[in-house]
Design a protein around this ligand. Structure first.
Ligand code: SAH
Length: 254
């Protein structure tokens, strides 16, 4: 049987966010590779070998998957959310490219999932309803100068922004500096969404005006969505909906 690698997204947490195509790939797999908490989401069964690994060993995981597929195994690589968003799909191709001649006969499928920002946005309303950008605030794989430049350009372009990996214990400074940049250049009442553990039992959704945000509102389980200048809050009883209108004010007269 042709060896195969299926890189799948398990969505942000709730089973209902797993697509039928991903469930079908899980059923076809002989091996599951991924970060421990994601592999734990796959029900064990006979003839399915689970290979959970610790964080930050993406290249080793990809190499392992390619070697298993080379032997004819049907290998599932699991990511949370979408596998192409700051996750295993790129890690796989990075390793593939180093020795691409060796892996030509392996079938590769990338199956999308619901990424954290989309699940978060839907819980709050429609903050990403107009143009937006997505920035990973972790400086593990890129320098702070690049992150800062991208945030500055996004502010300048008046995009809504989604921040992944906003803040970890070992890396508290980037988010604090990002908030300072936003507070310096954007209006005080700009809505900021802190969505933690979206679509799990621990979910917390908070909408805070920019001037009242503090760095400790985000951690590694949080995705942060910053509105554009047009993003607004509408009330429905106690619920604060956040949305960005589809149109941007412009002068069409000439
Ligand atoms: N591939 C994943 C992202 C991996 S990077 C996806 O598409 O969602 C990890 C970051 O994703 C976390 O630091 C956090 O910012 C965000 N994230 C992942 N799952 C989340 C969830 N359930 N709720 C909120 N943020 C989440």
């Amino acid at each position: 049987m042709t060896g195969r690698i299926m890189v799948v997204g398990l969505g942000p947490g709730h089973e209902g966010h797993i697509t039928p195509l991903v469930s079908e790939a899980v059923a076809r797999a002989t091996d599951v590779i991924g970060y421990i908490p994601y592999v734990e989401r796959i029900a064990p069964r006979q003839a399915l070998t689970l290979h959970p690994t610790d964080n930050r060993v993406e290249a080793e995981r990809a190499q392992h998957a390619l070697e298993l597929a080379e032997k004819g195994r049907q290998v599932l690589i699991v990511s949370s959310g979408d596998p192409g968003v700051f996750a295993m799909a790129s890690a796989l191709f990075e390793v593939f490219e180093r020795d691409s001649a060796r892996w030509q006969d392996i079938a590769i499928e990338i199956l999308p999932g619901i990424t954290a920002m989309l699940a978060a946005a839907s819980r709050a309303g429609a903050p990403l309803g107009h143009d937006f950008c997505v920035i990973n605030l972790s400086n593990n794989l890129k320098p702070w100068a690049i992150i800062e430049k991208r945030v500055r350009c996004a502010i300048e372009a008046d995009l809504a922004m989604a921040f992944y990996n906003p803040r970890s214990k070992s890396r508290p400074a980037e988010f604090e500096k990002t908030l300072t940049l936003l507070k310096t250049h954007c209006q005080d009442d700009r809505p900021i969404l802190f969505a933690r553990a979206v679509s799990t039992a621990d979910e917390v959704i908070r909408v805070v005006p920019l001037s009242q945000t503090t760095p400790d509102m985000a951690d590694m389980k949080t995705v942060v969505i910053v509105g554009s200048s047009q993003t607004r809050v509408v009330l429905q009883g106690d619920k604060q909906w956040v949305y960005t209108p589809r149109s941007y004010p412009f002068d069409n007269s000439h």
